[in-house]
Design a protein around this ligand. Sequence first.
Ligand code: SAH
Ligand code: SF4
Ligand code: F3S
Length: 449
Amino acid sequence: MFENTTFCITTFGCQMNKHDAERLSGLMSSLGSVPVQTNAEADFSIFVTCCVREKADERLMGTVATMKNDPVRPGSPFGKRFVAIGGCIGQRDGQKLLDQLENADVVFGTHNMEALPHLLQEAIEGGMRRAELVDGRAEFHDDLPEDREHPWAAWLPITVGCNNFCTYCIVPYVRGRELSRPIEEIAQQAQAYVDAGVKEITLLGQNVNSYGRDLYGEPRFAQVLDVVSKTGVERIRFATSHPKDLTDEVIERFATLPNLMPALHLPAQSGSNRILKAMNRRYTVEHYRELIEKLRKVCPDIALSTDIIVGFPGETEEDFQATYDLVNEVGYNQVFTFIYSKREGTPAAEMQDDTPREVIQERFDRLVDLVQRNAERLNLEQNQAGVVLPVLVTGASKNDPSILAGKSPRNQTVHARVPQGMSASDFAGSIVDIRIDEAHTWYLWGTML
Ligand code: SAH
Ligand code: SF4
Ligand code: F3S
């Protein structure tokens, strides 16, 4: 049924979705369908969706609606393109999506990706337009085959779901309760990746720091880092960390595990205790600052990044100023700034929200400006000209195949010219030494040694 067909996967949202997309790709490939780059060439257009903010919702609706009149691909065995929607919007909206998007054929959710083939089969054979969802699962599952985007980099989910219920956030409703994967399985999977040539493993979870609570009755993320480190993989990263569960044990691993990269994403969301409380974040800004201090003590050159929400319901100028001060004092290498977006069904959607849009936008712009200035300063300070960094090459720079792009241990983008007669792709997946010549706001420029 799927032989001689083609599929294109479009992914929105977080790393968990990127990993899910790699597994959906693996699943479709294992049935004989062939991945293609564009929807125009595809018999099956598959969307892995995100609903964390309104913009993400709008992007999906817009993209699918505009595909309505696109011609089917030449040689299509069906005379029709099938549109399948999965991921977080699929989980949230189910059947409603089929009512809203007349060219959508199939909807599935975050807990039942394996339903895609039979749903497509019913659509092909019986013209059925159907949504199939399950509420959640009792155990961790990660057993679909995967087509990894880069053979040298792997996402390794250690938990799925979230129990935190930050009041603004839809994720716990669409991803279900937190489930941890047994530590032996994580170790085995990590070893299999290393044996297959993977250089960088990124451990994934909505809150990796609470890993193990459901399985072992206590958090065991530090032990996960230990077993993954023992595989000898070159680079370990992880996302995301919740400040309330970041333990001293985990912090100390930044000093003791040579392959744990000196970079940490630690979402603060706000610098105001009043807002943190209303967000149900369950830490204070004092505690957050203490964590940063400890981290810098054990790993002075650590690159820190964070997420900040501007315009949470009831945010005053004073609250915003506290956030601004926190961002300024910590000095992040990168800050992901978001304007609060109301999500139906979350507690914050019921909170009084009367700050004018323009005021929020002005605060947002002020913060973005600060972030840029700080990133530039930090990049210059941390990367003095002449320093040599091991860079994991990801491929060619977008505009020029003779320039390579890669990542430093602190996860900064590094560019350098490749030697005459060679192309950047010759180095993809290897770690090369690059001497830094210049630091710019969002990248470093250097010379390959
Ligand atoms: N589990 C991770 C990431 C969750 S979503 C964590 O807790 O850090 C990624 C980011 O999106 C969040 O950190 C938050 O800053 C932002 N976000 C989530 N819901 C939002 C909303 N309703 N409006 C604006 N930003 C939101
Ligand atoms: Fe959302 Fe909070 Fe869970 Fe992160 S920890 S996914 S922000 S509820
Ligand atoms: Fe979006 Fe779902 Fe991730 S809502 S941020 S894709 S968990």
